[in-house]
Design a protein around this ligand. Structure first.
Ligand SMILES: *Cc1c(COP(=O)(O)O)cnc(C)c1O
Length: 456
């Protein structure tokens, strides 16, 4: 009846954000080596660096914290957590970890050996790094449509089944597991269809390989399936998620995303021998298997968050926010990755700044201008993040994107209107923007700590 989609919550606690002057921001960015990762968060007005661990917890989650059982072993909170994760994933072994990358490191550290191949639609940066540190190769097999920012396709996160079949038939002996990332974060937060997951699952069965889901945004993916996939509109997001997981044998997850928690993650799997190896490594580096580096109260927050995240009102609002920002940017001509994904709006930095070549980091040019002009922080997902090869050389990434990730339940529509205005302002000034040179060049995950200077 009404067209305004409201935030499905009211605000009980507020946190002030601080305005800065352009001079203050110029000084802050220079002190940070022109890398927004190195800024003090207090110097940022609207922080869209990541949607990871930055969400607002509900009153029910804060209440659950007080129920935390801090027993070292066998705590009540672990069993609540285990039940919540098992209700969605149906896996036999549920191993808590302090965040998603810990689950990745423990899984890959237990089962990968040098020369192995891991196919995925698109590896997230920590996933790729954890595969490569074992001497294995991370293969990205997203469909061709997934690499063209302007192309509209309902499931741009889909994995190319023909290429997967070729890899499995030619190099299957090197592949210990296949992964699929839902939604495909590094490819624009784009969903993977149920039909595609069924196809991957069938190939995995044919070649006798376990399928693992990188499940960070399983609920957002389920919502897209409900909206876009024929025959799915009558199902609940939970039912769809349960079917997604039923097609796999394992999952890694960062609870900092669709766990609606500020910290946490898990590894879930069926194979007993792998689970035992993983638990041994977990004890060495994370903690006892019933807490995995988390406090009992963190396990409670995740257990409650996993229930809230599949709520239809929440998911409708969540996905509408990104779409709303995307529509507003498109209206003023800003090139973005289409259609908008689940957790973020991605600017197409190459189309935005055609005069800045990829090796001069057009994404960094936009990010830094957006901070200097608007106090808004985003992140480059492009040649800085993915351009470094294992041998140390550098090449342009498949795409140069600027990600504006939207924290869950944190900002209101007027915050988003401000962001749109700030991006439009930078876009209007685009011809004045120049490239950047990387000065400090770290060897791994360089985007976090690299420093830059302007090209002259
Ligand atoms: C965030 C993320 C991870 C890693 O999780 P952390 O909790 O940040 O360690 C892995 N995969 C994807 C797709 C992610 O978005």
């Amino acid at each position: 009846m009404f067209k305004t989609l409201i935030e499905p919550f009211r605000i009980k606690t507020v946190e002030p954000i601080r305005r800065t002057t352009p001079d203050e921001r110029r000084a802050a960015l220079a002190a940070a080596g022109n890398n927004v990762f190195l800024l003090k968060a207090e110097d940022v007005l609207i922080d869209l660096l990541t949607d990871s661990g930055t969400g607002a917890m509900s009153a029910a989650q804060w209440g659950a914290l007080l129920q935390g059982d801090e027993s070292y072993a066998g705590s009540r909170s672990y069993f609540r957590f285990e039940e919540a994760v098992r209700n969605i994933t149906h896996r036999k072994h549920i191993i808590p970890t302090h965040q998603g990358r810990a689950a990745e490191r423990i899984l890959f550290g237990s089962i990968l050996k040098p020369g192995d191949l891991v196919p995925n639609n698109t590896h997230f940066d920590t996933t790729r790094a954890n595969v490569e540190v074992m001497g294995a190769t991370a293969l990205d097999l997203v469909i061709a449509e997934g690499k063209v920012p302007s192309l509209i396709h309902p499931f741009k996160g889909n994995l190319d089944l023909a290429r997967l079949e070729r890899v499995l038939s030619e190099d299957g002996h090197k592949v210990p597991l296949v992964m699929v990332t839902v939604t495909n974060n590094s490819g624009g937060g784009q969903p993977v269809s149920l039909e595609n997951i069924r196809g991957i699952s069938a190939l995995c069965k044919k070649f006798d390989k376990p399928l693992f889901i990188d499940a960070c945004r399983f609920a957002e993916n389920a919502w897209f399936i409900k909206q876009r996939e024929p025959g799915q509109s009558e199902r609940t997001p939970l039912e769809i998620a349960q079917e997604m997981f039923s097609l796999a044998q394992g999952a890694t997850m960062s609870a900092k995303k669709d766990g609606l928690a500020n910290i946490g993650g898990f590894l879930a799997l069926d194979r007993d021998d792998w689970a035992e190896q993983c638990r041994n490594l977990l004890i060495l580096t994370e903690g006892f298997p019933t807490y995995g580096g988390l406090a009992g109260y963190d396990l409670e927050a995740i257990a409650q968050g996993l229930k809230e995240v599949v709520d239809e009102d929440y998911l409708r609002y969540r996905i509408r926010v990104t779409e709303y920002v995307g529509e507003a940017l498109t209206k003023v001509g800003v090139p973005i990755l289409l259609p908008t994904g689940g957790h973020a709006v991605y600017l197409d930095a190459r189309a935005f700044l055609p005069h800045v070549p990829p090796l001069e980091y057009p994404g960094i040019a936009i990010i830094n201008a957006l901070y200097l002009d608007g106090g808004v922080r985003g992140v480059e997902i492009g040649t800085v993040m993915f351009g470094q090869k294992p041998d140390g050389s550098e090449a342009p990434a498949a795409m140069d994107l600027v990600r504006l990730a939207i924290p869950r339940r944190v900002y209101t529509q007027s915050h988003m209107d401000y962001v749109v205005e700030a991006v439009a302002h930078v876009y209007a000034q685009r011809e004045k923007l120049r490239g950047w040179r990387m000065v400090h060049r770290p060897k791994a995950l360089r985007h976090f700590t690299a420093t830059f200077e302007p090209m002259t």
